[in-house]
Each structure stands twice: as structure tokens, then as C-alpha cells.
Write a protein that binds this ligand. Structure first.
Ligand code: PBG
Length: 333
């Protein structure tokens, strides 16, 4: 050992690049930017409504008037993209999610219009899936206890066109039905919306990490689970089939969801697809960090930034995250 030291053999000293803060910045491989973020927002019907999601401290379900204020604050922080999810009343739901494409009755479609009118420069992404509107709480039509694929596509197509008519910039099919990207692409094109983009939930896993989101929307399945349409968490290579189909069917961006337990899948798609890759840092991932931080067990800000960084380092070009606003505030300082 002492021979090794005295011989000067240790020419390579990686610590040299870590010596000073500015030097560390200079050699930094991954940089987060607010341009990378999309903030999910939960929309309530009514006025002056602001209800915290109990399993997501710091995240509020908002009525349109308050959501417009929230969007304005976020735009000032450099967040330009928002993914909207509707909270529907139980009485508005039915087996065919009829209200989802009804411009007169669906407050979600009205809100999209208002947001794009007030802030034409912001990017509005919308969610295509039946679950917020379904009396069964499933993403597709339920027939004799089965989630039926092809009849569901017709509903998804109508929903996507209605959202495009309301002004959506990016359509996000989160339902995992087979063939839905191609079906929705054709429906949008036929309705004159060839400019509206599709961000496909390509590799969406049947995950326990969605629990708090289903609290936020009161959208938990009324029976069974989502394992016949969402992917098995044990499978990695199967994501390549979904990615290939999405590319062929006309998706503009791909998504992996959840993010933190699936960093390997993010990297897999990044290395195997020419399309931009999004990662959805989901509700349960947010809740875990918040809960530990509230208990004083973790430094919340620090692990938030570390998690977001790890998602980008894994290969995500875009990060959908409930942390977007908090992270942007920290990054501004
Ligand atoms: C449903 C949908 C879910 C999420 C986004 N869209 C839940 C589910 O599939 O049951 C989850 C988002 C999150 O947990 O943050 N179409």
C-alpha cells in the first residue's frame, strides 16, 4: 500500500472533479429543468372549492376558478404543461361513461375551454380513460364481469375528439386497451385534429402506487382489479411490444408509469424508441416521500429533488409529477 502511494501510481483521482461547487456543476451529467415537468391537476365541479387529498398532503382538488389561479402561479414559476383529471359525482357516472364526451354536461370539457382561452400559451394535456366516469370504476366497458376491448375503443375515440374540440393540446390515453392509439389517431384526424398530439401510456403497470390517485378521483374499481389490461410489474421486455405498437399506431410520445420502481423500463424504452419518453411519478410515490418527511424521517426537499433527478437520469425527457410546483420553487432560489 505505501509502495503504491509513494510510487505516484494513483494518477487518477475522481475526487478532483468534486472539489468545488462550481466544478461539480460543470461536470454534472443530468440537469433538471422546469421545461421537463407536467403538473397533474384534479378538477372539481363548482366554485371556490379547494379540498386536500388526504393521502396526498399539499395536493388539492380545485374548482375551475381556483385552478385558473393555480395555473397562473405555475406559469410564473416556469411550468407550462398541465395534465387535467376530472372528479365526477357518483350520480353522473354510468356503465358507458356517456358524460365523458357530453359538452353540455361534462364540467371537465368546459374547464379545458376556459383554461385555453385564458392561457393560450399553456399546454393542456387531457386524460382518456373511462374510470372517472364509469359506474364500474374500470377503464373500459364491463360486460359480464369482463373488461371488453373493442367496444371500449368507440367510447375512447369520442372522448378524445370531445377533448380536442375543447382545446386539448395533448391527449393522454391511460386506459391500456389494445389498439387505442391507432383508433384515437384516426378519430382525431377524421374530426380535423391532426395537430393534436397523443402521449400514450405505453407501459402502464398494474400498480399499488395508484392508491392515493383513486382517493382523489373516487375512481377505485367497484370489483376486481386492473390486471387484465394494465401490465404485470414482473415484465420488462413486454414493454417493447407496447412501444412498438404505439410507434406504429401514431403515438407522439411514450410513457412509463409508475416511475421510481420502473427506472429500468424507462431506460429500456429510451434506448429502444426514437420517441420522447415520459415518466409518471405517481401519487403513491408522492405520498411515500410526503409521509416520511412529515414524520421527520427524511429530508423531503432533498429526496424530492433526488427522485426527480433519478427519473431524468434513467432516461425520461418529460416528468409528470405532483412535485412540479414545489420543485420549481426550489429550483428558482
Ligand atoms: C386511470 C389513471 C390512473 C392514474 C392515472 N390515470 C389510476 C389507475 O389506473 O387506476 C394514476 C395516477 C397516479 O397514481 O398518480 N385511467
Amino acid at each position: 500500500m505505501s509502495d503504491f502511494l509513494s510510487s505516484g501510481a494513483m494518477r487518477r483521482r475522481p475526487r478532483r472533479n468534486r472539489r468545488l461547487p462550481f466544478l461539480r456543476d460543470l461536470v454534472e451529467e443530468t440537469k433538471l429543468h422546469t421545461d421537463d415537468f407536467i403538473l397533474p391537476l384534479f378538477l372539481l365541479n363548482g366554485q371556490n372549492q379547494r379540498v386536500e387529498v388526504s393521502s396526498m398532503p399539499g395536493i388539492f382538488r380545485l374548482s375551475l376558478d381556483l385552478m385558473l389561479k393555480e395555473i397562473e402561479e405555475c406559469l410564473n414559476l416556469g411550468i407550462k404543461a398541465f395534465d387535467l383529471f376530472p372528479v365526477m359525482h357518483e350520480l353522473e357516472k354510468d356503465k358507458h361513461a356517456t358524460i365523458s364526451y357530453d359538452h353540455q354536461r361534462n364540467h371537465y370539457l368546459h374547464a379545458i375551454r376556459q383554461i385555453k382561452t385564458k392561457f393560450p400559451e399553456c399546454l393542456v394535456m387531457t386524460d382518456v380513460a373511462m374510470d372517472p366516469y364509469s359506474s364500474d370504476g374500470h377503464d373500459g366497458i364491463v360486460d359480464k364481469g369482463q373488461i371488453v376491448n373493442d367496444p371500449t375503443l368507440k367510447v375512447l375515440g369520442k372522448m378524445a375528439v370531445a377533448q380536442a374540440q375543447a382545446g386539448a393540446d395533448i391527449i393522454g390515453p391511460s386506459d391500456m386497451m389494445d389498439g387505442r392509439v391507432g383508433y384515437i389517431r384516426e378519430a382525431l384526424d377524421n374530426a380535423g385534429f391532426s395537430d393534436v398530439a397523443i402521449m400514450s401510456y405505453t407501459a402502464k403497470y398494474a400498480s399499488g402506487f395508484y392508491g392515493p390517485f383513486r382517493d382523489a378521483l373516487d375512481s377505485a374499481p367497484k370489483f376486481g382489479d386492473k390486471k387484465t389490461y394494465q401490465m404485470n410489474p414482473a415484465n420488462r421486455r413486454e414493454a417493447l411490444i407496447e412501444a412498438q405498437l404505439d410507434l406504429e399506431e401514431g403515438a407522439d410520445m411514450l410513457m412509463v408509469k409508475p416511475a421510481l420502481a420502473y427506472l429500468d423500463v424507462i431506460r429500456l424504452l429510451k434506448d429502444n424508441s426514437p420517441l420522447p419518453i415520459t415518466a409518471y411519478n405517481v401519487s403513491g410515490e408522492y405520498a411515500m416521500i410526503k409521509a416520511a418527511a412529515q414524520k421527520g424521517w427524511l429530508d423531503g426537499d432533498r429526496v424530492m429533488m433526488e427522485s426527480l433527478l433519478s427519473i431524468k437520469r434513467a432516461g425520461a425527457d418529460i416528468i409528470l409529477t405532483y412535485f412540479a410546483k414545489e420543485a420549481a420553487m426550489l429550483m428558482k432560489r
